[in-house]
Design a protein around this ligand. Structure first.
Ligand code: KIV
Ligand code: ZN
Length: 520
């Protein structure tokens, strides 16, 4: 491997990913994801946007203090107070980086009402200020792919002269295509004085489904940093997916001879955890990490794979940390076997957690003859999403449904007190959600209700995801059970619990404040 072929992986799951409406993570969850990214060999972690809220600031500062290997980066608009706040949050990192940006395309210039010269002056001031604080500065012209080429070259040159060490070229609205993405990087490298001394980065959004292709094309043209998120999490159609670019360069090393520092066997574990804490499930046919990515169900494919796996598999499940021997467990499996299985699936559990999970595993094994890996992952996700000390908890549920109508008798524990309701509805889920509303009146609106079977068979567990909105705040809930209606009510109250926590936080530190991305 020559250094020229080393591509730096910049993960922005905790900043651009978390910015996606509804993907908000708790403080502890952010720290946990950052530790996983650090351990898997991500070069740079964009930990958050410190000026956005007290909560963001605290998370970035703690990630900066805890990280062992990765560069820790914070985002700041082109404003001196933003940059100072960012530096305050990241300065304790072993290797801090300030990332400052401003929208340079005509549409973005119009909002702060800066003309080309005024904006150039602002870039000069802010990049110089950032560089005086930190020797590792990244600068981004937001909406670069819709910025006039001459102006883009002019501002990139200014940023380099003022000390930026990485220039990131964002395709903010997912508008570009592979050839154009490559041509843009090539043009900047050729035309901008000083370009040979810095790293160019590519930051693509997936609105037209081309983020991975656009990122790889930029690398072919000379970019050496890819900005991406786990599972492609991000606003609208998301960002470039880390697992896709990393595995593409690994599997097609013959035509893309680029290397990263990522331990790919950690991909599956972090993908599951991000799906769980963000409340954004991974689509079944998602490249690399989707449930079906390594399934060969059609007869022809199965036959080929059994004879020689290479007939239909271009990578091995183990390469991404997916356990190949999905041997089912059952009610006779002991605690040691469960611990070993959890370890295989990427979960390290302490003795107390193992005790809890074991009780739930036994209950599941009593209802379901064979417990597969997917069931255990669902069990872990459910226990993390719905803890024993939540404000609302399900105590008892009985639903009668059929052609004669649907009724639900529900008992919830509300702040330690049992409360019961009996309701009807338009179907069993509606009946039980009406019961929740009767016990715990709320204004939150259900935006999404989704059910997936975890495995095959009529005894399969169902994973239910719900998304709720209240005064602009969004929260998700997830739960799994062989009883779909029980999973539904648990997911519903899970989201209500999260909304409640968020409402309280707003009172404390205005955490939900939506910060404009413009520098006025
Ligand atoms: O998409 C984008 O332009 C961004 C910038 C803040 C880098 O996320
Ligand atoms: Zn972005």
């Amino acid at each position: 491997m020559t250094d020229q072929n080393r591509v730096y992986i910049f993960d922005t799951t905790l900043r651009d990913g978390e910015q996606s409406p509804g993907a908000t993570m708790s403080h502890a969850e952010k720290l946990e994801i950052a530790a996983m990214l650090d351990e898997m060999g991500v070069d740079i972690i964009e930990a958050g946007f410190p000026i956005a809220s007290e909560g963001d600031f605290k998370a970035v500062s703690e990630i900066a203090r805890q990280s062992q290997n990765s560069v820790i980066c914070g985002l700041a608009r082109a404003q001196i107070p933003d940059i100072d706040r960012c530096w305050e949050a990241i300065r304790h990192a072993k290797r801090p980086r300030i990332h400052t940006f401003i929208g340079t395309s005509p549409l973005h210039r119009a909002i702060p009402n800066l003309d080309m010269d005024q904006m150039a002056e602002r870039i000069e001031q802010t990049v110089t200020h950032a560089r005086n604080l930190c020797d590792n500065v990244q600068w981004s012209p937001m909406d670069a792919t819709r910025t006039e080429h001459d102006y883009l070259c002019r501002v990139v040159e200014i940023a380099i002269k003022c000390g930026a060490t990485t220039i990131n070229i964002p395709d903010t609205v997912g508008y570009t295509a592979p050839k154009e993405s490559a041509d843009l990087i090539r043009m900047l490298i050729e035309r901008v004085p000083g370009a040979d001394g810095i790293i160019f980065a590519t930051h693509c959004h997936n609105d037209l489904g081309m983020a991975t292709a656009n990122s790889l094309a930029a690398v072919e043209a000379g970019a050496r940093q890819i900005e991406c998120t786990i599972n492609g999490l991000g606003e609208r159609a998301g960002n470039t997916a880390l697992e896709e670019v990393v595995m593409a360069m690994r599997v097609r090393h013959d035509i893309m001879p680029f290397d990263t520092g990522v331990d790919t066997t950690k991909i599956m574990g972090i993908s599951r955890r991000v799906a769980q804490v963000s409340g954004f499930p991974v689509q079944f046919n998602k490249a690399i990490v989707g449930k079906n990515a390594f399934l060969h169900e059609s007869g022809i494919h199965q036959d080929g794979v059994l004879k020689n796996v290479e007939t239909f598999e271009i990578m091995r499940p183990a390469d991404i940390g997916l356990n190949e021997n999905n041997i089912a467990m059952g009610k006779h499996s002991g605690r040691a076997a469960l611990r070993a299985k959890l370890k295989d699936l990427g979960y390290e559990v302490g003795d107390n957690q193992l005790k809890d999970v074991f009780v739930r595993f036994k209950a599941l094994a009593d209802r379901k003859k064979e417990v597969y890996d997917e069931d255990i992952v669902a069990l872990m996700q459910d226990s993390a999403a719905n803890t024993g000390d939540d404000y609302l908890q399900v105590k008892h549920l009985r639903v009668v449904c059929g052609s004669d109508g649907q009724t639900a008798d529900l008992t919830l524990i509300v702040d330690g007190q049992e409360q019961t309701a009996s309701t009807t509805g338009d179907g069993p889920v509606d009946a039980v959600f009406n019961a929740v509303r009767q016990i715990y009146p709320h204004e939150a609106r259900l935006q999404l209700y989704q059910v997936h079977a975890v495995t095959e068979g009529t005894d399969a567990q169902a994973t239910v995801s719900v998304r709720m909105e209240e005064e602009g705040r969004i929260a998700t809930g997830q739960a799994a059970d062989t009883d779909t209606i029980l999973a539904s009510v648990k997911a519903y109250i899970g989201a209500l619990n999260r909304l409640r926590v968020r409402r309280e936080q707003v009172g404390k530190d205005a955490d939900a404040k939506q910060v404009s991305m413009y520098s006025h």
